[in-house]
Design a protein. Structure first.
Length: 420
């Protein structure tokens, strides 16, 4: 953390600066949206009773995906770099709880700073992540109308791909080359399986890239862009697109090899039985929740939110072929459900929203479009990528609409309670 002081600071002011920057750094590194991180930092500043109203008004935070800046009446510039980003919803929840405790005056600024440092230093535990990745690839294959054989093969491919990426990442500085290699290995396995069992490789190619699809980062980037964060949002979108290009090139290379098989790109969801949809979407959400370190106590509501969201999407899709409308309605429902669970379980709505969204994020569809483009199917690729843009727009509008509907509902409810 770099500081350029202009005058001597009190102990509380120094702790406030460190706490605000550490909180923002932790939230961004563990997967929070830029807007939510900035709101939390501002809440800490406004809850600091040792600051005068003028000092609070003169305090500013500016958050980007790579750096966080803080200025108040006593400091010219104070900033911290954001280095490594990975999802850890458990730490996001703990950091949010600390900010709420501080806002409620339950802990001092010194205690807040010490607690933040403790959370940041906690080791991440993913003992069975290999199993979670297998379940994730298999469950996604199930809800996309995969057979029992395809689900079993998808589990194997997802496991190999998920372990290949960190292996090569240890030896290569550039993160996109390991993604390309891991996708190629997974795609090669899928091609060999499909040749042996005479299968269309679309679902197995999808299973190969599922562990690396940057769907949530892409979604956060779109959200932040719509929230007027015109630096961080586009940067996250560009980073996500680069990852998608890397993994698409890996699969494309497999398809042009003599032993490769070209995928049809056809994915059906409306013909899957209701039971398979419920089981598959619940497993998909829970396995992803485990991968991104959600608390195990939240697995049940996460599975419910994931199942409700996916069933809503499939039902709307059976009635309409409008990608924007289908995604808007289902994500709007997810937003409402996530807000309800957040209030009931006293946890950030992100805990329920992100894992339940995994099956709807258009990262898979974008991969299909880029793969079609790489294999010369230009017309099909354009159609697919237009659908991706519609999905992203529907996802963003649905999320915003759900949040606003819930906010207005709670506002009306509170007014009715006060009047009575």
């Amino acid at each position: 953390m770099e500081t350029i002081p202009s005058k001597d600071l009190s102990t509380d002011n120094k702790a406030l600066i460190a706490a605000v920057l550490s909180m923002g750094k932790g939230l961004i590194e563990f997967g929070s949206e830029v807007k939510r991180a900035e709101d939390t930092m501002n809440r800490i500043i406004n809850s600091s009773t040792f600051l005068t109203p003028d000092e609070k008004q003169e305090s500013y935070v500016y958050v980007t995906i790579n750096s966080i800046f803080f200025r108040n009446g006593n400091v010219d510039v104070d900033f911290v770099n954001v280095l490594n980003r990975e999802f850890n919803l458990d730490k996001v929840a703990k950091l949010n709880q600390l900010s709420r405790d501080y806002s409620a005056q339950k802990i001092s600024i010194q205690k807040l700073l010490a607690s933040i440092k403790k959370v940041l230093k906690e080791p991440a535990k993913k003992k069975f992540s290999w199993l979670a990745y297998s379940v994730l690839s298999s469950s996604v294959t199930l809800i996309l109308n995969g057979s029992v054989l395809e689900c079993a093969l998808a589990a194997i491919i997802g496991l190999v791909t998920s372990q290949s990426y960190p292996f090569f990442r240890r030896y290569l500085n550039n993160k996109f080359l390991p993604e390309f290699i891991a996708a190629f290995i997974g795609g090669l396995m899928a091609a060999l399986f499909c040749k042996f069992f005479k299968l269309d490789p679309t679902l197995l190619y999808t299973a190969a890239i599922i562990p690396m699809v940057p769907g949530i980062a892409l979604t956060n980037g779109v959200h932040d862009t719509f929230d007027d964060y015109f630096i961080s949002g586009p940067v996250m979108i560009l980073e996500s697109l680069t990852t998608l290009v890397s993994i698409s090139l890996g699969i494309t290379l497999v398809q042009v090899l003599p032993l490769g098989i070209q995928a049809s790109g056809e994915i059906q969801v409306t013909t899957v039985s209701l039971v398979a949809q419920i089981i598959g979407s619940a497993l998909c959400s829970v396995s992803f929740a485990y991968i991104i370190h959600a608390s195990k106590s939240m697995f049940w509501p996460i599975s419910v939110a994931g199942a409700l969201t996916w069933i809503a999407y499939v039902e709307v899709t059976s009635l309409s072929h409008n990608s924007l409308l289908n995604t808007l309605v289902s994500v709007g429902i997810l937003s409402l459900v996530s807000q309800y669970f957040a209030k009931r379980y006293k946890a950030p709505m992100t805990i329920f929203f992100i894992p339940s969204l995994v099956a709807l994020v258009p990262g898979i569809t974008m991969f299909v479009g880029l793969s079609q483009l790489g294999t010369g199917q230009t017309a099909a690729a354009i159609t697919t990528l237009i659908g991706v843009m519609a999905n992203l727009l529907g996802l963003t509008i649905g999320s915003i609409t759900g949040d606003e509907v819930y906010r207005l509902f709670m506002l009306v409810k509170n007014k009715v309670v006060n009047l009575s």
